[in-house]
Design a protein around this ligand. Structure first.
Ligand SMILES: [Zn+2]
Length: 180
């Protein structure tokens, strides 16, 4: 009898909800998506915690609505965006790491906004310090975001298939190795 591994590749039938199919290093899936029980940070398969997230896709052509007006672009954004509910797993150490860097990123953005408000309120006093905060905090935020293990995003959408990118190498290697 054949025993099915927990990270065996699901059937390639995309009509099956929650099914995922590899296309190079990209994953094709449907809404709602559920990734196999394997840590997206390191490929571990034990002691996993589930995370739910909503990914948004906007066709790049939508940005041309800015030619009409910024308001048209904002309306177009809400009309044309496609949302994918996705759930995936992380092991405890990777969850810790992702939470830590996620918090550092959030704090950095808050610092950036505070820096701008302070700049408006007090003018050129402490100019150097202000510049360090205003220029430094977005850099720190971007750095922290990059330090999170995985940055999943939707690369393409063709009704009803979402193509996901941004998978960690260990995760890809683990799942693809199993399906060979
Ligand atoms: Zn992990």
């Amino acid at each position: 009898m054949e025993t099915k591994s927990v990270y065996a590749s699901p059937t390639s039938d995309l009509l099956n909800k929650n099914a995922v199919v590899w296309d190079g290093d990209f994953l094709k899936t449907q809404n709602p998506a559920r990734l196999p029980a394997c840590c997206i940070g390191c490929g571990a398969v034990d002691k996993l915690e589930q995370t739910e997230e909503k990914l948004t896709y906007l066709n790049p052509l939508t940005f041309f609505w800015i030619l009409l007006s910024p308001i048209a672009l904002i309306i177009a954004y809400f009309v044309f965006r496609k949302q994918l509910s996705i759930s995936y797993s992380r092991c405890a150490p990777c969850t810790k790491k992702a939470t830590l860097w996620g918090n550092i990123a959030k704090i950095s953005w808050v610092l950036f906004v505070v820096g701008i408000v302070v700049r408006i309120l007090i003018g050129k006093q402490f100019f150097m310090l202000q510049m360090i905060v205003i220029l430094g905090s977005p850099l720190l935020a971007l750095f922290a975001t990059a330090m999170k293990d995985t940055q999943l995003s939707v690369k393409d959408f063709r009704e009803p298939i979402f193509v996901l990118k941004g998978f960690n190498k260990a995760f890809v290697a683990k799942l693809k190795g199993q399906s060979r």
